[in-house]
Design a protein around this ligand. Structure first.
Ligand code: SAH
Length: 354
């Protein structure tokens, strides 16, 4: 990919600005990251320089559709990238925070059968700029909405497996932390359970939150639901999680998509409770959303509530991610068009000319 607006590091930007007064680097950097402006709108720059930057650093994301929920609390974008790949970003407003769910890859190679992204296969890793720009666009939309809000949280829980694109994801985390100014405890990386990635994260200096998409707490079932489990079985995964907690003192969460009759039985709750208690993990229950390539449906609301109550009775901190945002949280797991119907499109625009 040619470099886009949020790809260059500060050093690379300095090179691009060679011949300009030194303070221009700070002006451009603060314009792009703190004020989240287009180069054209960084008014302290001379006009010719603004035009040159706009040309040299085009945006990476062109909106295909922007959908807003009826209550205005969720915005979902489908973006098209330079090479025609497409990804999604979701912005969710809650009473106490605004969270963006960002993608890290176009497609995904992890092949979890129940996940729409997994069913569609892998296209490519996103660049640093493609990841960071999702955060910038969400922050802008939050600030410019009818009730101005500050983007406070980012979850790397969109399309793709963050650990399979580790270097770029981590560079994006640094940029979001250092330059956009979100704190590490408001950033969450969600992984299917790539053990070496968790170990690398434990050695980093930023203590971000770790979420593990568990879905099954015995190897036989997890091998089926999450194929990468054959490579990194549960004991290895739990050991890496324990080391992460030890190193970072951050809360661990387990994601668990409830699949009717598959992982919502009493024995599943028992097994999950043992693991969650051992690692003091918080459990996020998500009723599975139906996808075209997977025959089984999500658990009924009654079974979801019963599973949650069972976990609580077993001493586990468990919440259901559903009440207002079933379609929203689902969007995080199955990014792309088919669930568009649950959100009302407010605006359909042609791809930006680049
Ligand atoms: N690859 C990373 C991040 C992307 S998936 C990971 O696996 O964590 C984001 C979350 O959505 C994961 O917990 C995933 O298991 C879940 N998910 C995927 N498909 C889903 C579906 N059909 N219904 C509900 N959750 C789903």
């Amino acid at each position: 990919m040619p470099p886009s607006r949020y790809d260059p590091s500060r050093a690379e930007l300095s090179e691009l600005l060679a011949g300009e007064p030194r303070y221009r680097v700070d002006q451009v950097w603060s314009g792009l990251y703190e004020r989240r402006l287009d180069p054209e709108d960084i008014t302290e720059l001379p006009k010719a320089l603004r035009a040159r930057l706009a040309e040299a650093l085009p945006p990476a994301l062109a909106p295909v559709t922007t959908s807003t929920s009826d209550d205005g609390d969720t915005v979902k974008w489908l973006w098209s990238l330079e090479d025609g790949a497409s990804i999604e970003t979701v912005l969710m407003h809650y009473a106490d925070r605004s969270t963006a769910c960002v993608s890290t890859q176009a497609g995904c190679a992890m092949a979890c059968g129940f996940c729409a992204t997994g069913q569609a296969g892998y296209e490519r890793n996103l660049t640093v700029g493609e990841i960071v720009e999702q955060a910038v666009r969400a922050a802008r939309a939050a600030a410019d909405g009818p009730t101005p809000r500050r983007l406070s949280n980012i979850v790397f829980m969109g399309m793709g497996e963050p650990m399979a694109n580790y270097d770029r994801v981590w560079a994006a985390v640094r940029r979001i932390h250092d330059d956009i100014g979100l704190s590490a405890r408001h950033l969450t990386i969600s992984t299917v359970g790539i053990v070496p990635g968790i170990r690398r994260m434990a050695a980093e200096d930023l203590p971000v939150n770790l979420a593990v998409s568990l879905h099954a707490a015995n190897d036989a079932l997890r091998d089926e639901l999450v194929p990468v489990n054959r490579r990194y079985p549960l004991e290895q995964l739990y050991a890496a999680c324990a080391d992460y907690l030890e190193a970072k003192h951050r809360r661990l969460s387990f994601e668990w998509a409830l699949i009717d009759g598959v992982n919502d039985r009493r024995s599943d709750a028992d097994e999950l409770a043992v693991a969650a208690r051992r690692l003091r993990a918080h459990v996020n229950l998500i009723p599975l959303n139906a996808t075209p390539g997977w025959p089984t449906t999500g658990s009924s609301p009654e079974r979801v509530a019963a599973f949650r109550d069972l976990l609580r009775a077993l001493g586990v901190n468990a919440t259901v991610r559903a009440n207002r945002g079933n379609e929203i949280d689902a969007a995080c797991g199955q990014l792309r068009a088919e669930h568009e119907v649950t959100l009302r499109p407010t605006r359909r625009v042609a791809a930006d000319p680049r």
